[in-house]
Unconditional design. Sequence first.
Length: 765
Amino acid sequence: MIRTLPALFALLFAAPLMAAPEGQQTLFNFVRPADVVKVATQDASLPQYNAEQTPEGEVLRRITFNPAAEPSLVLSPQTGTWDWSQSSAMSLRIQSAMNWALTLYVKVQSADGKTLVSRIDLPAGPAQTLLVPLQANSPLSQGMKAGPPMPMTVDGQRVLLAASAGEVDRSQVVSVTLSMLKPNAAQSILLERFGVQDSEPVLKAAYTELVDAYGQSTRARWPEKVSSDEQLKASAAKEQQQLKAWLAERDKSSLDQYGGWKKGPGFDASGFFRTQKRDGRWYLVTPDGHPFYSLGVNTVAPDNSQTYVAGREWMFAALPKAGEPFDKYYGSDDSRTGNGAGEGRGFGSGRWYDFYAANLQRTYGGDALDQPRWVTHTLDRLQAWGFNTVGNWSDPDLATADRVPYTLPLSIVGDYASISTGTDWWGGMPDPFDPRFAMATERAVAIAARDHRDDPWLIGFFADNELAWAGPGDDAKSRYALAYGTLRMTTDVPAKRAFLKQLRDKYRNEEGLSKAWGIQLAGWELMEDPGFEPPMPSPEHPEIEADFKYFQKTFADAYFKTISDSLKWHAPNQLLLGGRFAVSTPEAVASCAQYCDVLSFNMYTLKPQDGYDFAALRALDKPVLITEFNFGSADRGPFWGGVTQLAREEDRGAAYTTFLKQAVAEPSIVGVHWFQYLDQPVTGRLLDGENGHFGLVGITDVPFQGFVETVRKSNLAALDQLGREAQKAKAAQAMRESEAGKPGRDGKGAGQGAGHAGGHAGNGH
């Protein structure tokens, strides 16, 4: 318990102050304040007499942030500026005074107005020395999405190394601000020394020998962590027995060969996967004519877990040398694309190592990956765990085994123009008005269809993945980022010519446009200039928003129609499964519903209904597939828990169960796909440095047993829930028809929305 004394100076004689770390320059001490630093507060309190002694013997001073928009504490020099050019980090002795973690923001500002900002996740517990690097620094600069767990102990001191973004002139620092954003109640922290020091030793200590010989984090222990080859082999043997038992329990009598549900409502068999709506509920239908709820896993592949080692070999405790066992699992690549996904990332090219492949050899022997054994074992796992779909970016051999249905992406690559919306995570938006886009689409679809057009095991194709349909914010500029981005382009971009034609056709001349948009456009040619910035939508000039919406709809129509037409020509029996939206606009979603058989969304939320307005989706009357979701934690090796990070590994199973139950309860959702099969490498995957723990299986190929067991139970229970939902839907439909005086069904399964028996039949073209 923290002890408060009635007067500051009484406490100073009761307990010694902890010595500052070597190399630290203290500018100000909150417990022994001097007139060298100005201390100002806004919506925060720092009473004069409130020093406190912690159980560890430290003496610190309390500051309380009150409920407000941004309560803050500002430290600044009494005169002039601070010259920190010889130091690499700001330091602050700090502790949460609450029994829970707090989120703080630290802003360092220089005389030229430049700022450096850090978000601090301050844990509950003893005090630590917070270090804020004075140059932009983040785990991504070290090659990974999230860094090692903090605080850490360095030379006996508890240290919290922060990530920082921005830029500051270290020779002219004018202020340091600590703040909170909208606390719901008063929150307190304890402070002591404020100063500067060298951060290089701490940075080196934080990242040195992060990874052991098996590719696991050296910073933690957990039940599935492997310490020997014998343990790997024993775990594999034990799992094999469990898989046999689970596969024997699998109720094949209730499933058709594709995993369709024989006891569910019957549909016409078309020989291919299709969609159909009955009693107000959408279904995927197997080639044999049975309802199919797609429970899939993404990135089921043995060759997607490499991590760059070039230039950061010191992060790895035991990389094999040339001639040593497992030296064959090195390779090289270059992942520097210039897209948003790689912005700020260090170590994105050069030599890599594949710990997963080495661990497979350790476990199962042989000289290299035994691909047939891996395929059989992996499909055994998926079926034993209740999955029935091989999701995107998976090994092609899983598809050709004719055991589990699969999906495929259409990756349309070419030299067509692109539009920046400000997100550009995987690149700019393809310009569908560019004839080169149609050519690239035709080529991509023809290649994909060549080997798959007549495969009944293929559920369908996705139209690319996570395109930047909107900007990164919630404002109008982000909502209409596609329109803004297009008008900034030059007129050699086909999309801009299409937009200008739309406006000319509507307004005829610059006077008409000026009046509608509330601007003074001296000449039409001014809109043709690169960098033209249109006005913001406003209630006074509603035509601005109307024009933006219309253009974004024609843009999306051109995009999805181009892909749909090509797929209908090359693979008329296969489904087009939508665009795997991560960000979207209503126009893009409506166009996808018009030209695709299924709407697909990547949703990183606790339940599907948090990811989109399903009332709006139901109005579009198309089935929905959740093509990515997951829940991670930071206690099983990899440092990032994903977008939907949970506190503990034990929470992941319950979150999976809740998400799946909510999905099955939504009548438009026809399946959910987990991302992903394997944990990502501790030091980041090749593509973008993501290092998340959200796998079913670790880098050692050992499943996370508790999670897998819960997932299996949830997947098996989903069929029973689907049956109950189907009965409820049927009863509700019968009641509606009875109330409307309509005749019932003929029982032959033609049903409402007879749908898409031919893949693309009846989809509104």
